[in-house]
Design a protein around this ligand. Structure first.
Ligand SMILES: [Zn+2]
Ligand SMILES: [Zn+2]
Length: 253
C-alpha cells in the first residue's frame, strides 16, 4: 500500500521516461525502459547454434524449431567449453541496459537482465545439471574502481533458477586485461587474455560449471576462463551470457 502511494507520488514529482522511446514510465519494473521497448529488444529464439548460441538468421521464419551448429562452429573442432548460450542479441534496449548496468545503476538493472536470462535458461537449459554458477571475474583493480562485478550480480539473480547450483568465485583474473575490442585482430585479442585466469583451490574439481557473463563478443575471454577451469579439473563448462554480440549484424548502440 505504502509502496503504491510512493510510486504514484514519484510519478507526479519525478517523472521517468523510457531511455529508448521517450514515453512516460508508469511502472517500476526497471527505471529506464518501457515494457514495449523491453519486449521488442531481440531475444535469442530457436533455431540457434548448438555451440556458439547465435541465432541462424537465414533459418528464422522457416518453421524449424530444432537447433544445429553453424558453419563456423562445425569447422572449429577444439574448444574448452561445451556450449555458449545467450538470452538476447546485443542490440537495442538490452545493449543499453547492459551499459547502464555497468556504468550507472546496478541496482535496478541486474534484476530485469537476470530475469531475461532466467526465462531463457528455463526454456533452453537443463537447469538441474549444474553444480556451480561461476561469474567471469574482473581484475581486482577494475572491480574496486567499479565497485562491483556485473557478472556476479547477474549470477546472483540467476541462482534461484538452478536448483542444484551454488555461486562460486574460485575463478579469478590474475592479471589486468584491456577491454576486448572487435576492432583488434583475433591474435591481439587472444594475446590480451591468454593466461589471465586461474582457479583457486580444488572445490570445482569434477563439477559441472555454468560460466556467467554479460556480453560474449568474440569468445576469447570465455575460452580462456573455460581453459583455466578445465585445467583445474572441472568436468563440464557451459556459458550463459545476457547477450551475444553478432559480428556484422545489428546496430550496436
Ligand atoms: Zn520505450
Ligand atoms: Zn556457432
Amino acid at each position: 500500500m505504502f509502496h503504491g502511494w510512493a510510486l504514484a507520488l514519484k510519478n507526479i514529482f519525478l517523472p521517468l521516461f523510457c531511455k529508448q522511446c521517450g514515453s512516460r514510465l508508469l511502472t517500476e519494473e526497471n527505471g529506464f525502459f518501457c515494457p514495449t521497448c523491453w519486449e521488442l529488444s531481440p531475444r535469442v529464439e530457436r533455431p540457434f547454434c548448438v555451440v556458439c548460441g547465435r541465432p541462424h538468421p537465414g533459418a528464422v521464419g522457416l518453421g524449424t524449431r530444432s537447433n544445429f551448429a553453424c558453419a563456423e562452429c562445425r569447422d572449429r573442432k577444439q574448444r574448452p567449453y561445451g556450449r555458449i548460450y545467450g538470452a538476447a542479441v546485443y542490440d537495442g534496449t538490452v545493449a543499453d541496459a547492459i551499459k547502464l548496468l555497468k556504468f550507472l545503476d546496478r541496482e535496478r538493472l541486474a534484476r530485469p537482465l537476470g530475469d531475461l536470462m532466467g526465462e531463457f535458461a528455463r526454456r533452453e537449459l537443463d537447469c538441474e545439471a549444474y553444480d556451480y554458477l561461476v561469474p567471469v571475474p574482473l581484475h581486482r583493480v577494475r572491480e574496486r574502481e567499479r565497485g562491483f562485478n556485473q557478472s556476479r550480480l547477474l549470477a546472483t539473480e540467476l541462482l534461484p533458477v538452478f536448483p542444484n547450483a551454488r555461486l562460486d568465485e574460485s575463478l579469478w583474473r590474475i592479471r589486468p586485461t584491456r577491454v576486448q575490442s572487435r576492432a583488434s585482430s583475433s591474435q591481439e585479442r587472444r594475446a590480451n587474455v591468454v593466461g589471465a585466469f586461474a582457479v583457486r583451490g580444488d572445490r570445482l574439481t569434477g563439477g559441472r560449471v555454468l560460466l556467467v557473463d554479460d556480453v560474449v563478443t568474440t569468445g576469447e575471454t570465455i575460452s580462456e576462463c573455460a581453459s583455466a577451469l578445465k585445467r583445474a579439473g572441472v568436468a563440464q563448462v557451459d556459458v550463459l551470457a545476457t547477450a551475444l554480440a553478432i559480428p556484422g549484424g545489428g546496430v550496436v548502440r
